[in-house]
Design a binder for this molecule. Structure first.
Ligand SMILES: Nc1nc2c(c(=O)[nH]1)N[C@H]1C(S)=C(S)[C@@H](COP(=O)(O)OP(=O)(O)OC[C@H]3O[C@@H](n4cnc5c(N)ncnc54)[C@H](O)[C@@H]3O)O[C@H]1N2
Ligand code: MOO
Length: 390
């Protein structure tokens, strides 16, 4: 059996970076910027007032000094003309500062009578002016690759970039197998259960930027599986769920092999997730996840999400980890790396008491996967351990 790190390396080598497409800014949230883009303008394009008040000349600002108000500069409508000695221009937040002015007195520090203003006594040295280009200048880059967050979308809009080059979403076909499975909403017979991890994985991978296709559930026979694999054609990644172990009805590997799958590996020294397989099928990467719902979801987090990130040009990185102290003693680990469903509190991290890989209710209420290396010794409360937030 290979290690999780070795398996991840092999999975990355099965991936290719998606081609670039150009999309409307409105659709770009969450997408990965594929090429550096450059600001098409300078922001602000003019020196702008940051407050509502009066634009004047700094060298004339003193308590009790009077100015004559000669006009107005509003956002979108500048004052045309040059400010002369003894003059003030009424100005509003975001408006261009008139020629000749280099200071804005806020209106709270001014008394106005008709066209005359008198300055008060509380004026500090702050000019209340945002210089031209104070945010960014024309040509300023936004570097790629980068997953576009809401603040990036606002910045790109401000840069007047209406169309954005992004990596195409990888198309992921998700294929569940098993005579016992029916779709949510259907009526199972007494021996059947509901296909669950298909839906969980689709949600997880869509969150990461994939486009998923849920294929019809394949029955436990070679012909049905073959038909499902054929429906997966045209996808960039095929994720199968179940049928990966050693039972008489575990047909994924033999059917995929018969269809030409070049296998990279089978079985990883991890818990849950041991009967994981991967390879290449008709130009697409393929990963076969174990059927146990928690095993499939843990493998999704540890392997499939990093593959999607790699396909989106974000590099070859394992799921991000951090560390916390243990909130209780834990026993030694066995020979497989263990991804324990765990809870986080002020005291640190605590593994859930039940770790069976069928328990979705435990996974759904967990905060993290506590990562225990193979053969880790028993550890005491307060010792530092690794975890993946989920
Ligand atoms: N003799 C051995 N038996 C098993 C071994 C082993 O090494 N020797 N490994 C065990 C481990 S570990 C795992 S994990 C499972 C993986 O088995 P499969 O990948 O073949 O999965 P299935 O047998 O098809 O299903 C397992 C379990 O999960 C349920 N399932 C499957 N698909 C779904 C789905 N889409 N949604 C919800 N639940 C699903 C299925 O009904 C089974 O209960 O093998 C062990 N056995
Ligand atoms: O590896 Mo299985 O995924 O332990 O339940």
């Amino acid at each position: 059996m290979i290690t999780v790190t070795q398996a991840l390396e092999q999975l990355f080598s099965l991936t290719t970076v998606m081609p670039v497409e150009e999309i409307a800014l409105r659709d770009a949230h969450g997408r990965v910027l594929a090429q550096e883009v450059n600001a098409k303008r300078t922001q602000p394009p003019f020196a702008a007032s940051s407050m509502d008040g009066y634009a004047v000349r700094r060298d004339e600002v003193e308590p009790d000094v009077m100015f004559k108000v000669v006009g107005e500069s509003a956002a979108g409508h500048r004052y045309v003309g040059t400010l002369r000695a003894g003059q003030a221009v009424r100005i509003f937040t975001g408006a261009p500062v008139p020629e000749g002015a280099d200071f804005v007195v806020i209106q709270e520090d001014v008394t106005r009578r008709g066209n005359l203003i008198t300055l008060g006594h509380n004026i500090d040295g702050k000019d209340n002016i945002r210089p031209a280009g104070g945010d960014f200048t024309q040509g300023q880059p936004l570097a790629a690759p980068r997953r576009l967050r809401p603040a990036d979308i606002a910045l790109l809009a401000s840069m007047n970039i209406a169309r954005v080059p992004v990596f195409r979403k990888p198309i992921v076909a998700i294929l569940a197998t098993g005579d016992e499975l029916v779709q949510p909403g259907e009526a199972p017979n007494q021996d059947q259960i509901i296909a669950s991890n298909t839906y969980g994985l689709a949600a997880m991978l869509e969150d990461m930027g994939a486009q998923t296709r849920l294929l019809p559930i394949a029955r436990d026979d070679a012909a049905s599986l073959r038909r499902s694999f054929e429906l997966a054609r045209g996808s960039d990644l095929i994720v199968t769920i179940g049928g990966a172990s050693v039972g008489d009805h575990d047909l994924v590997a033999p059917v995929a092999a018969e269809m030409g799958m070049e296998q990279s590996f089978y079985k990883v020294a991890m818990r849950p997730g041991k009967p994981l397989m991967a390879g290449r099928l008709e130009g697409a990467a393929m990963i076969g996840l174990p059927g146990n719902p928690v095993s499939a979801m843990v493998c999704g987090c540890v392997f499939v999400v990093p593959m999607i990130r790699a396909m989106l040009g974000l590099g070859h990185h394992p799921a991000p980890e951090r560390t916390l102290p243990l909130a209780q003693d834990i026993p030694a680990n066995g020979p497989r790396e263990h991804y324990m469903r765990a809870h986080i509190s002020q005291d640190g991290i605590t593994p859930a008491p039940r770790q069976d890989s069928s328990l979705l209710s435990v996974l759904a209420t967990a905060d993290a996967l506590l990562v225990r290396p193979a053969n880790a010794p028993a550890q005491r409360t307060g010792e530092i351990v690794r975890l993946i937030d989920i």
